[in-house]
Design a protein around this ligand. Structure first.
Ligand code: FDA
Length: 431
């Protein structure tokens, strides 16, 4: 005996609850299945407990995918304004924090409670905690063998997310189901994740752990970058205060971001590094401008004439002192006492070299901090096998994929939730 439903949704996270609520409110009999004991853990911990639930500036340019146009239709059909209307309907107060990022005034729990209420309004049935052992075709329907018995459903929505934070129950279940039904998967990788460096090479910087500063960071998509991309980025000039849009290359993308960087014991983190990590491929260098609002060569040479200032004091005016000291001792090769040199005594050539190195610090990461520290998974179910208006698999009628499981990855700043809501709604309306 199996329980029969019109729709089974696997994964009661952001996208799954949204799809289930919309479908249920359209009169469909929907069951939501999740193996976790607690509902929507990722929403709970998101945005430092306040859930950065959308970004008012979200456009398709804020997402990475092998198929960049795929997300357009769903994002246009369900906008940040639509989600704000829902939030306000439920009396949740919110504020804009930084560059269009919207957060709850109180707690991310209010977003979870809102989605739960929307599901209840649609009469959604729950199986939780419930493990799905197997999914098979049963005529036109899908048969789910679960720890709470068999479920039969005409339509199946895979909303089980990506692999980031496995300690909270994240799995690659959706990717396995995609492969089982003959769909392609774009290689998954950790994204929005700290970058790590060879332990020995990083040793001089490990002591800087905790130092943060605003930088421009770029990846080095190398020869795969389209002609003119690097030149365009450089010509845009430092210090405009804006992030430049990534440009699609032949499978690789070049991007640059003006954000804060954070030194850690093992490498680099902070919003700038999380952003660029989504574009970074193993073996690729990154370039960091550590003085994005200045023309340092011009300023150092101008300050030189008649100056009694020491080099260390000048750099400490630009950066935290710890960084200035380390930089002069370790990076420029000027020796431990470089900070004590009087600016007037440093040759122009050495100042030019110093400015060049500060504006373009080139580093070769040896990896990322992995899924345990990543905010999202990049890659996922190949969108070339999905319908962009409905999220349905082209070759398997009745099978849908939504949210992070799909090869659509947002920048840091509320974009990933906007994709979860928009893809969930697109699917919920089409079921
Ligand atoms: P989501 O991960 O939300 O839900 C998947 C559900 O499927 C989970 O409930 C899980 O238990 C379940 N599941 C998994 N495997 C299963 C299986 N085998 N069987 C049954 N159930 C299974 N984004 C953003 O826009 N703003 C933000 O502030 C943040 N902050 C943030 C902080 C941290 C620490 C992380 C890790 C992530 C973020 N994100 C974010 C990213 C955001 O949380 C993420 O993109 C969305 O939650 C994705 O929504 P989904 O519904 O696709 O997956």
């Amino acid at each position: 005996m199996s329980s029969r439903f019109d729709v089974a949704v696997i994964g009661a996270g952001a996208a799954g609850m949204m799809a289930a609520a919309v479908a249920g409110q359209r009169g469909l009999r929907v069951v939501l299945v999740d193996h976790a004991a607690r509902l929507a853990e990722k929403i709970r911990i998101s945005g430092g407990g306040r859930c950065n639930f959308t970004n008012i500036g979200a456009t398709p340019a804020n997402f990475l995918s092998q198929n960049p146009h795929f997300c357009r239709s769903a994002l246009a059909a369900y906008t940040p304004r639509d989600f704000i209307d829902l939030v306000e309907k439920h009396g949740i107060r919110w504020h804009e924090k930084h560059r269009g990022q919207l957060f709850c005034d109180e707690s991310s729990e209010s977003i979870i409670a809102m989605l739960k209420r929307e599901c209840d309004e649609g009469g959604v049935a729950w199986r939780m905690p419930c493990s799905v052992h197997e999914i098979a075709r049963d005529g036109d329907a899908f048969l789910l063998r679960t720890s709470q018995g068999n479920i039969s459903a005409r339509q199946l929505v895979m909303a089980s997310g990506g692999m980031a934070i496995p300690q909270l129950g994240a799995t690659d279940f959706a990717l396995g189901i995609a492969r089982q039904f003959g769909l392609k998967v774009v290689e998954p990788r950790p994204a929005l994740v700290p970058l790590t460096f060879d332990a020995q090479a990083w040793q001089p910087f490990a002591a800087l752990s905790g130092v943060a500063l605003e930088v421009i960071v770029k990846n080095d998509a190398g020869s795969a970058a389209p002609a003119g991309a690097a030149a365009t980025a450089a010509a845009a000039g430092a210090g405009s205060g804006k992030r430049r849009n990534p440009r699609a290359g032949a499978g690789r993308q070049q991007a640059e971001f003006l954000e804060d960087l954070l030194f850690t014991h093992r490498g680099l983190s902070g919003p700038a590094i999380l952003q660029i990590s989504s574009f970074w491929d193993p073996g690729e260098a990154i370039h960091v401008d550590l003085a994005p609002h200045q023309d340092l060569e011009r300023d150092l040479l101008a300050a030189k004439s008649g100056s009694r200032q020491q080099l260390g004091t000048v750099l400490a005016g630009l950066w935290p002192k710890r960084l200035a000291d380390r930089w002069l001792a370790n990076i420029d090769g000027m020796g431990e006492d470089a900070g004590a040199l009087r600016l007037a005594d440093v040759p122009d050539k050495a100042l030019r070299r110093l400015a060049g190195q500060i504006h373009c610090w080139t580093l070769l990461p040896d990896g990322t901090a992995g899924y345990k520290k990543a905010e999202v998974m990049r890659g996922g179910v190949d969108t070339r096998g999905l319908n962009q208006k409905t999220m349905e698999a082209a070759t398997v009628p009745g099978l849908y994929f939504v949210g992070e499981a799909v090869d659509v990855t947002g920048w840091l700043g509320g974009y990933n939730f906007q994709w979860a809501w928009a893809s969930g709604v697109a699917c919920g309306r089409a079921l």
